[in-house]
Write a protein that binds this ligand. Sequence first.
Ligand code: ZN
Length: 203
Amino acid sequence: MEAAAESGRIAVPAGTAKALRMAQGQRVRVVNSEGGQVVDSWAFRASDPTEHLSMAHSRSATYRIFFRVGDVLVTNRFRPVLRIAGDTSPGFHDTLHAACSAESNRYFGAPDPAPNCEDNLRTVLAEQGIHISAVPCPWNLYEHADVDAAGGLHDRPASAAAGDYVELECLMDLILVCSACPSRVGAISGAGRAPRGAEVVVL
Ligand SMILES: [Zn+2]
């Protein structure tokens, strides 16, 4: 693998994404630096990016639809990829919604089709020489989507405070991608608020 990220803070400006190469055993914090912001996150196996963090496989592995501290998340080949080592936020991290994309913006009638998390992901992976044919469902850190007893899915504004973070332990060499989601569909990052940035801290 190419060199893993060194310890330090990496800013993820509003509406953009960053990709970091992480080594097995490294820890990283995804920080809600300004509060109330959804951060779409992905992890790809460094040696073979067709293997990636999978929400469907992780729901099966944990028997949960929303993951908690201590849970081990797995790839689409059921290999452990991330352990949730800490979470200072209220703990809502959606696993059900697709990433926002030019197509989703058109589908929902959002006025401005760009930027979006799917394009962000493809862009930062391409900078690492990686081209993916399909976009995995992201782990939507801080996105608060409730499921009711009838199976209805309801978007709530992200309730994370400024400085809240999720700490992850990497269980394989991987490429972590975090996108400070610019979507305003469902007011997931707060009604009427401009998208904000995030921060990734490599410990
Ligand atoms: Zn998004």
